[in-house]
Design a protein around this ligand. Structure first.
Ligand SMILES: NC(=O)c1ccc[n+]([C@@H]2O[C@H](COP(=O)([O-])OP(=O)(O)OC[C@H]3O[C@@H](n4cnc5c(N)ncnc54)[C@H](O)[C@@H]3O)[C@@H](O)[C@H]2O)c1
Length: 271
């Protein structure tokens, strides 16, 4: 699938991976980009993209990815500007790390990971990405139905692609009971969508990045990065967001790629 001329929605586009992907898709001549984030910085990313390509292809949208009305409004606005959206990379995500069951050092009380925090991580990292993807699939399904097209056939060009952002934590990571569950959950969603959405000519896959140099990882602190992450990464460095963006573009453009791609710089967690 040629990235040239595609129209993409990227959530979390003010963040490290989303921003790098926006710039990479623009370099590969995407025709339109919806850059979505609850941070106003997303407008600066859109400006940087537009300056890079010398034309107003990127549009910033500020809002919460869990807000259904906001999600629909972004797709409607993009449809009015570019007729369609055919790439969706829902990258907005959060970490809320704490042991699943821990003993509070101050009080000696046993504390269970708060259920409301678990639900918040689920809403942002699992439910929202799936629904942003479904919104795109629905748009393409509607467009095909209006043209009288039925099941997509291999003789037709592909219509689109969804790439979810998983994580090496999907295999389990101490302190990430909620985050790991959401990232593993995306595997099931991607595998199911790969079966269902291909009816409309849409592929779906999931990338599992290792520790990438973005605000999310820097927030963990330099000490933790140096002591816990770098020694367990074969490349002995953080991955650059541009490397993940390049891998996502490979997944979009190479139609034989399905399932999951591990871009983890050789991550080997301890026992
Ligand atoms: N950085 C890593 O090492 C790493 C590794 C594996 C997977 N990931 C995943 O990659 C994706 C991007 O992460 P990143 O490293 O670029 O992080 P980041 O913190 O730099 O970016 C995440 C962005 O998501 C936005 N966001 C969070 N909640 C939102 C909400 N409710 N509505 C709208 N926007 C919201 C934030 O404002 C932020 O700009 C995430 O899904 C993350 O889980 C990151």
């Amino acid at each position: 699938m040629d990235i040239k001329g595609t129209v993409a929605v990227i959530t979390g586009a003010a963040g490290g991976i989303g921003r790098a992907l926006a710039l990479e898709l623009a370099k590969r001549k995407a025709a339109g980009l919806a850059l979505v984030d609850h941070s106003d910085t997303v407008h600066q990313v859109a400006k940087a993209v537009n300056e890079l390509v010398g034309s107003a292809i990127a549009h910033g949208y500020t809002g919460d990815v869990t807000d259904e009305g906001f999600r629909k409004s972004v797709f409607e606005d993009m449809a009015s500007k570019h007729n369609r959206v055919n790439i969706c990379v829902p990258a907005a995500g959060i970490t809320r790390d704490s042991l699943a069951v821990k003993i509070d050092k101050a009080t000696n009380q046993v504390v269970i990971y708060p259920i409301e925090t678990f639900r918040q991580v689920m809403e942002i990292n699992l439910v929202a990405p799936v629904y942003w993807a479904l919104e795109m699939v629905a748009g393409i399904a509607r467009m095909r139905a209006e043209k009288g097209l039925k099941r997509w056939e291999p003789t037709e060009p592909l219509e689109g692609a969804v790439i979810f952002i998983g994580s090496v934590s999907s295999l389990g990571n101490r302190g990430q009971v909620a985050y790991a569950a959401t990232k593993a959950g995306l595997e099931g969603a991607a595998a199911t969508l790969m079966m269902e959405a291909v009816y409309h000519g849409i592929r779906c896959a999931v990338i599992h990045p290792g520790y990438t140099d973005t605000p999310m990882v820097r927030a963990m602190g330099e000490k933790l990065i140096a002591e816990q992450i770098i020694p367990r990464t074969q490349l002995r460095r953080l991955i650059q967001p541009e490397e993940i963006a390049d891998a996502i573009c490979f997944m979009i453009s190479n139609a034989a790629v399905s399932g999951s791609l591990w871009a983890d710089a050789g991550w080997h967690p301890s026992a």
